[in-house]
Design a protein around this ligand. Structure first.
Ligand code: FA5
Length: 340
């Protein structure tokens, strides 16, 4: 028995020394030290030994097993070390190499505008609300008091998904969602994409961006609306900007206005860009929230009043940076985008 164990030991060492990789090591371990391995097999003969011999052989078997295990660990560590050394050699970093200049991207001018304006409105106490681009006809038109025969509801003027769903034509349905969810008082802005069947020209795109604002509370007046718009326009476009309020009609506000600002190109003197008027293209619509709209959203119009506004993010960006053509904002030409 003793001889058999010693023989197993020397065979094991011989084989171990011939091994080249870790997988073979595992195979060797199972063959000698596994549950059904050669050492277990050899020890099956223990029962035939005398009482005196048994502890001696048991001790020897344990010693040999421990020795085998240690040898396996040692060998495995050697393999791993060699592998690591090889990898380090392969992955050496040549710090003398010159790196190519990598152009880091930055925000698109429209994202910049929306971020800046959201920060500005948050500083004035407004909440930021998000609304979906795919909207119900009910939120986009019906609850905003838009009559059935309004031209913007026409199938050919709007991207309908089905009879009850469309790509929103403005951000005003977010007013409805917010009032229905939070009730009054409320002070919120919401920016995002809007879609209309408009032909592309220098100031129109079928996909453009709007930012909506809504304030509902007790004693909210037109003066609050004008005060808010004046702060936002002067903060964003410059303190020397003049504003012009023109009476207008929106089904969801009464009274309603449209707002222009000083022409960016000529600063009000009159030039080809503004057709000699000294005023920018139309930037925004606004007004006092129609009592019917408040009631549609479950808000008591006897107790609460509110104002709302919605402006073209693309157009205000054009005014701010003197961009003559809305197409430039969507062509993604790096020579243009790099300038921001
Ligand atoms: C509206 O969309 C109203 N929802 C605005 C509003 C909100 C009024 C709250 C009252 C209260 P309007 O259709 O005028 O209004 O569009 C608002 C702004 O979106 C315009 O002044 C313009 O700056 C921008 N706009 C409209 N159509 C386009 C287009 N095709 N391309 C680029 N900008 C556009």
């Amino acid at each position: 028995m003793k001889e058999l164990l010693n023989q197993l030991r020397s065979e094991f060492i011989e084989r171990l020394n011939a091994i080249e990789d870790t997988e073979d090591l595992e195979e060797l371990r199972v063959k000698y030290l596994g549950k059904k391995g050669l050492m277990t097999e050899a020890l099956k003969g223990m029962g035939k030994l005398s009482k005196e011999e048994r502890p001696v052989i048991g001790k020897l078997a344990n010693e040999i097993s421990d020795e085998m295990k240690e040898a396996l660990v040692e060998r495995k560590e050697k393999f791993q070390e060699a592998l690591l050394r090889e990898r380090l050699k392969r992955e050496i970093i040549d710090i003398s190499l010159e790196k190519e200049d990598i152009d880091l991207g930055h925000d698109h001018p429209l994202i910049k505008t929306m971020d800046e304006l959201e920060d500005l409105f948050v500083s004035m106490g407004f909440k930021i609300i998000a609304g979906p681009e795919i909207e119900s006809v009910e939120n986009n038109f019906d609850l905003l008091n838009s009559p059935e025969d309004h031209p913007s509801r026409d199938m050919s003027d709007t991207f309908y998904i089905d009879e009850k769903t469309l790509l929103r034509t403005h951000t005003s349905p977010v007013q409805i969602r917010t009032m229905k969810e939070y009730g009054a008082p409320i002070k919120m802005v919401s920016a995002g994409r809007t879609f209309r069947f408009d032909d592309v020209d220098d100031t129109h795109s079928p996909m453009f961006h709007q930012m909506e604002g809504l304030v509902v509370g007790e004693n909210i007046s037109m003066a609050d609306l004008i005060g808010t718009l004046e702060i936002f326009i002067k903060e964003f476009l410059g303190a020397d900007m003049k504003t012009r309020y023109r009476p207008h009609y929106f089904p969801f506000t009464e009274p309603s206005v449209e707002v222009d600002v000083t022409c960016h190109s000529c600063h009000g003197k009159g030039c080809p860009a503004c057709g000699g008027t000294g005023w920018s293209m139309e930037l925004l619509g606004a007004g006092m929230v129609h009592p019917k709209v408040l009631e549609n959203c479950g808000i008591d119009s006897e107790k609460y009043t509110g104002f709302a506004f919605g402006f073209g993010v693309d157009r205000i960006t054009m005014v701010k940076y003197g961009i003559p053509n809305i197409r430039l904002l969507f062509e993604n030409d790096n020579r243009f985008l790099e300038q921001f």
